[in-house]
Write a new protein. Structure first.
Length: 148
């Protein structure tokens, strides 16, 4: 008898403590900004969920957030909830579009986001918005470097 695979195992590449470096290009959403912080992805509640907690300080803002990833067995898709210390929150639906790329579609917006390893111990997050050039404009890029 084979053991059933846990859909949350796909998140193993994210688990751990990370140094975070932000680059926010000038866009319709914000002025240019940059900064850094720290975050941790970990499994909770019998490995049914992965959480992400982070703190960041950019030149213009300082914030923290808590996020939860969960597998929706009925819909066969991952769900994501994002809670900021400002009181703002958002939901996304996400899935792995290949072994190394987690893609998010944010509800109530046109934003898409990806997490993708770029080298051993480094991951890049990009948030994009559709531009009028039939392409997606990067409005946020975050490089994660694994600390432990």
């Amino acid at each position: 008898m084979s053991e059933e695979l846990n859909p949350m195992d796909k998140f193993n590449f994210l688990l751990g403590v990370w140094k975070i470096e932000y680059q926010v290009p000038k866009s319709q959403f914000s002025e240019y900004d940059s900064g850094g912080g720290e975050g941790e992805f970990k499994r909770i509640l019998k490995n049914k969920y992965v959480t992400f907690d982070y703190y960041a300080k950019l030149s213009k803002i300082e914030d923290a957030a808590h996020a939860i990833f969960a597998w929706d067995e009925k819909s066969k898709i991952y769900r994501y909830w994002w809670f900021e210390d400002s009181g703002e929150f958002m939901k996304a639906t996400c899935n792995f579009i290949n072994e190394n790329t987690l893609c998010f579609n944010w509800h109530n917006s046109l934003l898409v986001q990806t997490f993708q390893p770029i080298e051993n111990g480094k991951i890049v997050l990009q948030m994009r918005y559709p531009s009028n050039k039939n392409d997606y404009e990067v409005i946020l890029e975050v490089v994660f470097t694994k600390m432990k």
